[in-house]
Design a binder for this molecule. Structure first.
Ligand code: DAT
Ligand code: MG
Length: 149
């Protein structure tokens, strides 16, 4: 089983898309293991986007991400990191196929509504940055035997 970090950005929250995103991950068969609604600090976002620190949009991105509420989640499932990225679409909504979250719900790269970890290694780091151990819920979903052979 693999875990990934997914977060509705302030634009995604303000546009009322938390439920739509959760619905898609639930319907796929993925399992929610942690979630919280918060306004992250700029410092927190600088850590989260550390790999982009030399990009011209880094400061604006971190400021924007801390400007309002974010809905942060950890989802679990087989192959979820790669599949989660496919469900999100491309970084630029203009390149995202209809049917993907960014392809269906947004237009510009700086307002692409959602974050999702891009590798299993980054997922581990992001999950550790956003969540404490005690914030995870351990349970066996009743659908487990229908989802996995
Ligand atoms: P992703 O969010 O798909 O993993 P990323 O990690 O390269 O993409 O960039 C993080 C976020 O930064 C991205 O979701 C939106 C913003 N961003 C990326 N490239 C940008 C650009 N050229 N101009 C403005 N914002 C950009
Ligand atoms: Mg990224």
């Amino acid at each position: 089983m693999e875990r990934t970090f997914v977060a509705l950005k302030p634009d995604g929250v303000q546009r009322g898309l938390c439920g739509e995103v959760m619905k898609r991950f639930e319907q796929k068969g993925f399992r929610l293991v942690a979630a919280k609604f918060l306004q992250p600090s700029e410092d927190h976002m600088k850590k989260h986007y550390m790999d982009l620190k030399d990009m011209p949009f880094y400061a604006g991105l971190c400021k924007y991400m801390s400007s309002g509420p974010v809905f942060a989640m950890v989802w679990e499932g087989q192959g979820i990191v790669k599949m989660g990225r496919m469900m999100l679409g491309e970084t630029n909504p203009a390149d995202s196929k209809p049917g993907s979250i960014r392809g269906d719900f947004c237009i510009s790269i700086g307002r692409n509504i959602i974050h999702g970890s891009d590798t299993a290694e980054n997922a581990k780091m992001e999950i550790a940055l956003w969540f404490k151990d005690e914030e995870f819920v351990t349970y066996t979903p009743c659908t487990q035997a229908q989802l996995y052979e």
